[in-house]
Design a protein around this ligand. Structure first.
Ligand SMILES: NC(=O)c1ccc[n+]([C@@H]2O[C@H](COP(=O)([O-])OP(=O)(O)OC[C@H]3O[C@@H](n4cnc5c(N)ncnc54)[C@H](OP(=O)(O)O)[C@@H]3O)[C@@H](O)[C@H]2O)c1
Length: 252
């Protein structure tokens, strides 16, 4: 039997990158998958590629009313959620001393407030024994230039996840985080576009494996945390970074 047979999974920000790869792996393991995103065309294209085990729902992670509507929609279709992957996230690079309210709000509303309220609003329909996977980042504990607010958002989500693991334990709900380092996705070309090709080449060279991670590599870790293979794992942080965060020169 496949690892995620009969499981209903919701993946926020599932139309690209790590979220999309996770949807692909979940479906390969038998799950029914709901992906969300903030762009209907991108969602439709992703669902087309994912096939009949996927549906897409437009839902801005920064909007609590959108998240409430998403939960109602999922509840009406499936009645419950077995796996919740809080993956929607953005970067917006600004050095300390030049942080703007616009940049702060953009990151905080999606990566922090949006992520926490995604979990909060789904809690009523999480099945007993459900798995919640919050996608954070090694930025939560490794310094990267221009990423102070992004790092703060991910560190805060890590802290929330640890408390949630304890407070949701009575319902046997597991809460874990996945903390990737640089992974080959479009995130570096979004936000305020300050991650240049030179910076990508520079940081790749700093990585012990001389490459970024692949979305599918993160997705396979998500399959493990979503499945009953990880039934006694909760409150844990899974770093997936090819040893980058233990590599001192990586600290630019
Ligand atoms: N790639 C890395 O190096 C890396 C490293 C550490 C952690 N992460 C984390 O991994 C997660 C996935 O990122 P990724 O690298 O796969 O980047 P990505 O390809 O840009 O995927 C992010 C997804 O989130 C969606 N999204 C962004 N804001 C949203 C919102 N307000 N509402 C709904 N969906 C929203 C994006 O939609 P659009 O397509 O419309 O933008 C996209 O589908 C993020 O939380 C990121 O912080 C990434």
């Amino acid at each position: 039997m496949s690892k995620l047979s009969n499981k209903i999974a919701v993946i926020t920000g599932g139309n690209s990158g790590i979220g999309f790869a996770t949807a692909q792996q979940f479906i390969a393991e038998g799950a029914d998958v709901v992906i969300t995103g903030r762009n209907q065309k991108a969602i439709d294209e992703a669902v087309e590629k994912l096939g009949q085990k996927a549906i897409g729902i437009l839902s801005d992670a920064a909007s609590i009313s959108d998240t409430e509507a998403l939960v109602e929609n999922v509840k009406a279709r499936y009645g419950r959620v077995d796996v919740l992957v809080v993956n929607a996230g953005v970067n917006f690079m600004e050095p300390v001393g030049q942080i703007t309210e616009k940049g702060f709000d953009y990151i905080a509303n999606i990566n922090l407030k949006g992520a926490i309220f995604t979990v909060e609003k789904f809690i009523p329909i999480l099945a007993e024994g459900a798995s919640v996977i919050n996608v954070t980042s090694v930025s939560a504990f490794v310094v990267g230039m221009g990423t102070a607010v992004y790092a703060a958002s991910k560190a805060a989500l890590t802290a929330y996840s640890r408390t949630a693991a304890i407070e949701l334990a009575p319902r046997k709900i597991r809460v874990n985080t996945i903390a990737p380092a640089m992974t080959e996705t479009e995130i570096f070309h979004k936000g305020n576009g300050t991650f240049t090709e030179d910076m990508i080449a520079f940081t790749k060279n700093k990585m012990p494996f001389k490459r970024y991670g692949l979305p599918v590599e993160v997705a396979k870790l998500a399959v493990f945390l979503a499945s009953d293979d990880s039934s006694f794992i909760s409150g844990s942080e899974y770093v997936i970074d090819g040893a980058a965060s233990v590599n001192e020169p990586f600290r630019m």
